[in-house]
Write a protein that binds this ligand. Structure first.
Ligand code: GLY
Length: 687
């Protein structure tokens, strides 16, 4: 943990550069044209064999023969989808024509509700067609109608009572309510439907299903269960855990686990719900750090399979995971993002090497060798058991991942969204704002201290806190929009809001000075400047009468570092100071900051967990903390007359940290979680 925090602070700014400069990435980028050329050769072979396809698609290759499937099979969308990906890369009309032909077949299942897989079947075929080849408005409308119908069909497998889509089994079957982790993937169809004028309820179904899966489908170590049978008499309770395609009920089936990483990443992309991001991160961390994960990053078919290292790998689990990790790398905090991207690159380099990637004419025209459909079925002699075979979905997710990688390397800035900002916002009177992926903060400029109507008569050098539900940069934009469109930024708009009251207090980290004549506070800042800014790090300075504060804000941790520097006098020398000075944290009942407090003077921090917003508005908990840098020596604690606690040290040159988080972002929801995090952060500073 300690190490992770230190990395979060120091490595964030380097992430983009390091990732872009990695030799492995350069090699993968250079290998893409040859990989797609080989893929095109192979799939030409498949298209030739499918000329008289009779409404079926190729799925695998066994005993020297192509295995084909009807559109009702869960894998029916992947062959058309791979043809669309080949068209996306090559722009060759041959692939478009083939993709359209194959997609056509899928229309037949637009009302299919025999299982939950309609999302797989339609999003990878018709969904890709809509994205890449809609052509005429009529064709576009047709594709859209098919997807809306598919979403409606999927919704028939959902019940309000269970708040889950039934994955397998007959609708209404009272003996079982089976949900598999793969089901997360089908939610993308519902998200699409809700956002494109379909049923508003689709989003609610997707959310409820994802929430239930988040709550029940994972072990404490982050691994996913495959099959849960929910208790219909006591909704929300589990009747039994089944093994499904995994080694046993307590195993960790690697493709199911890859679906979990992919599914929760996708749900975070669609909803911005930070809990889904947290779940995707935990699942990804489980996989990439697993002791049974081979060096090339392509997992065994189950992380706990009995005879590792003699068990089969599952190339499909590796391809799905690579694609998911690439998307996750653009959404996760910077310190994690680099690791996910590097791991995905490792997997892709392995998958396009001769060990996995078919040579011209091999395995019937498929791309990837060494897929495992369902080993338990194979052992039991079941149909479709599929061990060490090509699988059309392994090809689909490989091509998707390669295209995602291409997009990431071609637009590195856009792909790695900015997490950090620092800027003057004259549009909101005279605020200076800074933010990281956890919280925003602001300090008031001179104009704010002017009487109304020019200002608001507020004399304060306290720091305000802005609650954030999303990690991306949004605070300045929210304030400006609030002013322009007269929308209160004190109202929670789902992305973030400000219900923290500073007034003349110190807020979270404003500086106070204890003199023999009483407490002294600066007025509003007089000057501001931004010294450095990238999407992952910003450095700024606020000049107060007697001192300057240099703030360094980085992605990956809630805390901004503040270096307090004395202003140089006329002589050019910094004015010496022997007063007790330090950051304050408002814990006053007056401004509703009376929460659960944690004071640790040995480690030099004060942390607060506030039970509600300024108006007791039920808007969750605000968590704040200030920390004095250990180099300042032992901290002294003092309370000022406004109800702020100060961490004091002697002298006017010192370093401290201040920051906040909001329970609505889901990362911390209890005092214990927050205090443990602050303690770890303090320990990382001591290191
Ligand atoms: N149900 C999808 C899979 O076997 O991965």
């Amino acid at each position: 943990m300690r190490r992770a925090l230190a990395l979060a602070v120091s490595a964030a700014a380097l992430t983009l550069f390091a990732a872009a400069a990695a030799p492995e990435e350069k090699e993968l980028a250079a290998a893409l044209p040859a990989a797609f050329a080989r893929a095109a050769d192979q799939y030409r072979l498949l298209t030739e064999q499918m000329k008289a396809g009779n409404g079926r698609h190729p799925k695998s290759f066994a005993n020297g023969k192509l295995v084909t499937i009807p559109p009702e099979d869960w894998c029916s969308g992947f062959y058309p989808g791979s043809l669309w990906f080949l068209y996306e890369y090559t722009k060759d009309p041959f692939w478009k024509a083939e993709a359209e032909k194959a997609t056509e077949i899928q229309e037949k299942v637009r009302h299919y509700n025999g299982n939950h897989d309609i999302g797989f079947m339609l999003m990878s075929s018709v969904g890709q067609a809509l994205r890449l080849g809609a052509g005429t408005p009529q064709r576009k409308r047709r594709y859209e109608e098919i997807l809306h119908d598919g979403a409606a069909a999927l919704a028939t497998r959902y019940t309000d009572k269970m708040k889950l889509i039934r994955s397998w089994g007959k609708i209404g079957d009272e003996r079982s309510y089976l949900v598999i982790v793969d089901n997360m993937m089908n939610l993308e169809l519902l998200e699409w439907d809700a956002k494109r004028g379909g049923a508003a309820r689709s989003a609610e179904i997707a959310k409820n299903h994802a929430d239930m899966t988040d709550g029940h489908h994972f072990r404490a170590d982050g691994s996913a269960f495959h099959v849960l049978n929910y208790n219909q008499k006591t909704p929300g309770k589990i009747l039994e855990y089944r093994s499904g395609q995994g080694a046993c009920a307590s195993g960790a089936w690697s493709r199911g686990h890859s679906w979990a990483i992919y599914g929760f990443t996708m749900m975070h992309r669609e909803t911005k719900n930070p809990r889904y991001l947290e779940r995707a991160i935990r699942a990804a961390d489980y996989a990439i750090n697993h002791p049974n994960m081979p060096a090339d990053g392509i997992p065994y078919w189950d992380y706990h399979a009995a005879n590792i290292p003699d068990e089969e790998r599952d190339s499909s689990a590796g391809a799905i995971m690579a694609s998911a990790l690439l998307e996750l790398s653009a959404l996760a905090p910077a310190a994690k993002a680099a690791a996910y991207r590097a791991f995905a690159v490792r997997q892709l380099r392995a998958l396009i090497s001769d060990g996995y990637f078919a040579k011209r004419g091999e395995i019937g025209g498929f791309l990837l060798k060494h897929g495992v459909g369902s080993k338990p079925q194979f052992i039991q002699g079941g149909k479709g058991g599929e061990v060490d075979v090509p699988l059309n979905y392994a090809d689909y997710y490989l091509l998707e991942a390669l295209l995602r990688f291409k997009a990431l390397t071609e637009q590195p800035e856009a792909a790695s969204a900015a997490r950090v900002d620092a800027r003057h916002v004259p549009e909101r009177m005279d605020d200076f704002v800074w933010e990281n992926d956890f919280c925003g903060m602001r300090a008031y400029g001179p104009k704010v201290s002017e009487p109304r109507p020019a200002g608001e008569g507020l004399v304060s050098s306290g720091f305000d806190v802005f609650n954030k539900a999303v990690p991306d940069v949004m605070m300045a934009e929210t304030l400006i929009r609030g002013v322009k469109e007269k929308i209160s930024y004190h109202q929670n708009n789902g992305r973030g809001f400000d219900n923290y009251k500073v007034s003349t207090g110190r807020g979270c980290g404003g500086v106070g000075r204890m003199t023999e004549d009483g407490w002294r506070y600066a007025r509003n800042w007089r000057t501001q400047r931004v010294l450095e800014k990238s999407g992952q790090k910003a450095v700024f300075e606020l000049g107060y009468e007697a001192y300057t504060i240099r703030g360094t804000v980085t992605a990956g941790a809630p805390f901004t570092r503040f270096d307090v520097l004395p202003r140089t006098g006329a002589s050019g020398k910094p004015a010496a100071g022997r007063d007790l000075m330090g950051p304050g944290l408002d814990v006053s009942a007056d401004r509703r900051h009376d929460g659960t407090l944690k004071i640790d003077l040995k480690r030099g921090f004060v942390a607060n967990f506030e039970p509600f917003g300024v108006d007791g508005d039920g808007n969750g908990n605000v968590m704040t903390a200030i920390l004095l840098d250990p180099a300042c020596g032992p901290a002294h604690l003092a309370s000022d007359e406004t109800g702020c606690l100060h961490l004091l040290q002697r002298g006017n040159v010192f370093t401290y940290y201040a920051g906040a988080a909001w329970s609505g972002a889901g990362r911390f929801t209890t005092p214990d979680e927050w205090f443990a995090y602050v303690k770890d952060f303090a320990d990382s500073l001591a290191q």
